[in-house]
Design a protein around this ligand. Structure first.
Ligand code: MRU
Length: 348
């Protein structure tokens, strides 16, 4: 189980920790419709690909409960269509969102009508529990391939937050970190702050310190220098979508890290569940990159940090080509030097 309620079912509603308020406040919010859950996803109450998938599944379940309470008696597929569409449009890059919808949607037609709300809730709970198990398995498999320096801690660099907060619990990249701590005992994490939304500073540092893991915070621009000093043994990141050829979409700045890791001969490992692999998108060029509001760049912690009138770009993700990825750790095994063939084999 997670130490945080990232996206769970409570009191007949979807309950989520408001990640926008971390690390200062731990506030839980409850949501009663697909619209409310979609708004929560869009506004970053919940974020991180697998967590978005779980929230989406619970969003479908709560929408059915809402309709059932209204005494609804028509076709579930028709009644649920607007809610599903609102959820589908909430964020574009993490494929776990559509993956969760594609898993929930068929149940609307294949389940006896009066059992639909309960069946959807059961499936959402299955998705949540499976995600925790996937993270634990991928964490263990990923940890087994890490370098093992002698006589000093293994130094892992990570970016954004791919932790318990970004999943149903345990984490993908931070799942590897947690498993490495259990396996090797002696590890150290360098967390990049992850401008502009500061997931590394606000969330990863908070989460790892809660877990007593030795963590050093860097601003993103420091990564190359710290690598050049020989201080990093491996980079481990999460992912929002992996294309069929192994190209990886992840938080903006990940591509830069991969190039730097190559330059410094540092292994670059991506951790993600099969629910993040999108076999329908041939390569990274087909992955939609979310463009977020410009004030995230012109402002820092609510205060303007750039002059009025400056042009701004705010792509939230970038694409790391497969050739820069040393290995992808999944719950079904580790793929080194990813290729179309090797990725397909994971689904065999
Ligand atoms: O914009 P965010 O915070 O949703 O971005 C999250 C990331 O990029 C994570 O690295 C990714 O979702 C993997 S989460 C296990």
């Amino acid at each position: 189980m997670s130490i945080f309620d990232v996206a769970v079912w409570k009191n007949g509603r979807v309950c989520m920790l408001d990640q926008r308020l971390l690390p200062h406040e731990e506030v839980y919010l409850e949501f009663s419709s697909a619209q409310e859950v979609a708004d929560a996803i869009r506004s970053m109450v919940v974020r991180g690909a697998p967590a978005i998938g779980c929230a989406t599944a619970f969003g479908v379940a709560v929408e059915a409960q809402r309709l059932a309470k209204q005494g609804f008696s028509g076709s579930w597929s028709e009644a649920m269509a607007p809610g599903l569409q609102i959820l589908r449009e909430s964020r574009p890059t993490a494929v776990n969102l559509t993956w969760a919808l594609d898993r929930m949607q068929p149940l609307l037609d294949s389940t006896p009508k009066d059992e639909v709300p309960e069946r959807l809730l059961q499936e959402a709970e299955n998705i949540r529990l499976e995600d925790i198990e996937s993270c634990k398995t991928m964490g263990r498999l990923g940890a087994e391939i890490l370098p093992r320096p002698e006589g000093r801690p293994l130094a892992i660099m990570t970016h954004c937050n791919a932790g318990a907060l970004a999943t149903a619990g345990y984490g993908t990249a931070l799942g590897v970190v947690r498993a490495a701590r259990d396996l090797l005992k002696n590890i150290k994490v360098y967390a990049n702050e992850t401008r502009p939304y500061l997931q590394g500073a606000r969330l990863t540092a908070w989460e790892l310190l809660k877990d007593d893991i030795d963590t050093t915070l860097l601003t993103d621009g420091m990564a190359g220098h710290i690598m050049s000093l020989g201080l990093i043994d491996v980079v481990v990141v999460g992912t929002d979508r992996i294309a069929a050829n192994g190209d990886v979409a992840n938080k903006i700045g990940t591509y830069t890290l991969a190039v730097l890791a190559k330059r410094h001969d540092i292994p670059f490992i991506v951790a993600g569940p099969l629910s993040t692999i999108d076999l329908n998108t041939p390569d990274g060029a087909g992955i939609p990159i979310e463009e977020r509001p410009s004030d995230e760049v012109t402002h820092c912690l609510g205060k303007r940090s750039a002059p009025e009138g400056v042009g701004v770009r705010n792509p939230a993700f970038d694409i790391t080509p497969a050739e820069l990825v040393t290995a992808i750790a999944t719950e079904k095994g580790v793929v080194t030097a990813p290729s179309i063939k090797k990725i397909r084999e994971l689904f065999a």
